[in-house]
Design a protein around this ligand. Sequence first.
Ligand code: AMP
Ligand code: MG
Length: 344
Amino acid sequence: MANQMKTRLLHADREEDIQTAGRILKEGGLVAIPTETVYGLAANALDGTAVSHIFSAKGRPMDNPLIVHISHLSQWGGLVREIPERAMKLAKQFWPGPMTIILPKSPVIPGEVTAGQQTVAVRFPENAVARAVIDAAGVPLAAPSANLSGRPSPTEASHVMADLNGRIDAVLDGGPCRVGVESTVVTLASDPPRLLRPGGITLEQLQSVLGNVEMDSAVMHPLASGAKVLSPGMKYKHYSPKANVIILDGDLSSYRDYVNSHCGPGTVALCYTGEDAGLNVPAVCYGSREDSRELARNLFDALREVDRKNAKTVYARCPKPQGVGLAVYNRLIRAAGFEVLHLG
Ligand code: AMP
Ligand code: MG
């Protein structure tokens, strides 16, 4: 199937295109859709064969489960064994929005969605286009990020086209994504609840509703070999440009000194707005150091931009791992294959 089909470009401001997307999905096809986090590659979550095509189109490892997207809270109950009270509390506070909740699954969820696990990840997105497409399809949609596996996640329709043109039925262009990093993933299948992936809803926000929430060690650190993996997506080198990314942990002047004394052809700096002055290499500035939401929104496009500049080596400033900055840090250390240099 891969690389043979014509990929249609649809437009979210045309009602007929939303209906077309819904029809393709109902018939078992694949459509990339906008959400507030990143673009998702959607298929009918109740159709194991349709879902299996997501894995082949992306080149995604089969042991990496997908998130199921709903457009009304009432759809959730049919997808999980039960909705405990603390799950409902989280949903009332943060849905619709960039948070995914993991619970034991109901039998209607095919094994292709959960990679054989007995739990299912569900999200109720805030993006109106995403919800309109789920309504038009009439079924919940399984949707991982709409990139080739390993590449930076797509935050614009053009990113999806760059990776998946010819491999999926359609892309629905709904403009740039508001949050820019994937959803916060929290599992309620363990006690206490555990943050598996940071995103637009912060650890502190989860704790304000649930009290104690543990942070999985895979959020900040590479997995020890042989360790039990709670969130399979966190074990891969991920979000990666073609260039070799190295994170430099230190203040601005030591960053500048290091970059200027270690640069050559193909060196690119990935830094904060206003920091490119005094650097002897091309720079991609992706937002203000003090504004983690802006950094999150621009990170993945910045990782694609270094490739468009034909970078070979990228020296990245180290984000502050607090609030939404934790999500930025989590993605960037994976893009760097955990290569962090601590400057003196
Ligand atoms: P993506 O949408 O591409 O960001 O991928 C979804 C991510 O959610 C995966 O990489 C998994 O790590 C995580 N996930 C989905 N379902 C489960 C589950 N049942 N248990 C643990 N993690 C999950
Ligand atoms: Mg992904």
